[in-house]
Ligand binder design. Structure first.
Ligand code: ADP
Length: 179
């Protein structure tokens, strides 16, 4: 089990880290769910900086400052809308995690927190999304030795339990001690 990877239940806007990740929509101009919560907590300066970014395609990621958040930065990524699984949704979701981690790498961030991207309004089934998320985050931790802490912040107890099961499955598929 990777001690640098933590699964917690809570509100990502309260997390102190070099960066938190926002599950944004492609306009980057705010929305519901975690996106709305991040904009409310960060204050209007975040929206002003997001306007300059001119949107973001699904699977890509863009960086802003964190303003009034405890986190220093926000990495905005746009997950896929679930359309049954035949439209490349799994690959796009994996790219969200990869793109966010590429920013972590470029900036040398030592701590980052992720929400469960696409599993709210975008309806990606969380059992599949959790396996993709944890696979990509584990790969990132293996690749980036300076990264000390990756936290996945789950909003509900049920979501946390799904991620705990997915992490156990990932750990056992790789053999004890190797994850
Ligand atoms: P998407 O459009 O990518 O599906 P949502 O914001 O609708 O994004 O949902 C993504 C996940 O974020 C859901 O599991 C939702 O419960 C969760 N969520 C909502 N608010 C917060 C928050 N403040 N902190 C952490 N997770 C949150």
């Amino acid at each position: 089990m990777d001690t640098k990877l933590a699964l917690i239940q809570g509100d990502i806007t309260r997390v102190d880290a070099d960066a938190i990740v926002n599950a944004a929509n492609s306009s980057l101009l705010g929305g519901g769910g975690v996106d709305g919560a991040i904009h409310r907590a960060a204050g209007p300066e975040l929206l002003a900086e997001c306007r300059e970014l001119r949107g973001c395609a699904p699977g890509q990621a863009k960086l802003t400052k964190g303003y009034r958040l405890p986190a220093r930065h926000v990495i905005h990524t746009v997950g896929p809308v679930w359309r049954g699984g035949g439209q490349g949704e799994a690959a796009t979701l994996a790219r969200c995690y990869q793109s966010a981690l590429a920013i972590v790498e470029a900036r040398g961030f030592r701590s980052v927190a992720f929400p469960s991207i696409s599993t709210g309004v975008y309806r990606f089934p969380i059992d599949r999304a959790s396996a993709i998320a944890l696979r990509e985050l584990h790969a990132g931790l293996e690749r980036l030795p300076f990264l000390e802490k990756v936290t996945v912040v789950l909003f509900s107890q049920a979501d946390l339990e799904t991620y705990v099961r997915a992490l156990a499955a990932l750990t056992s598929s790789r053999g004890a001690g190797n994850v």
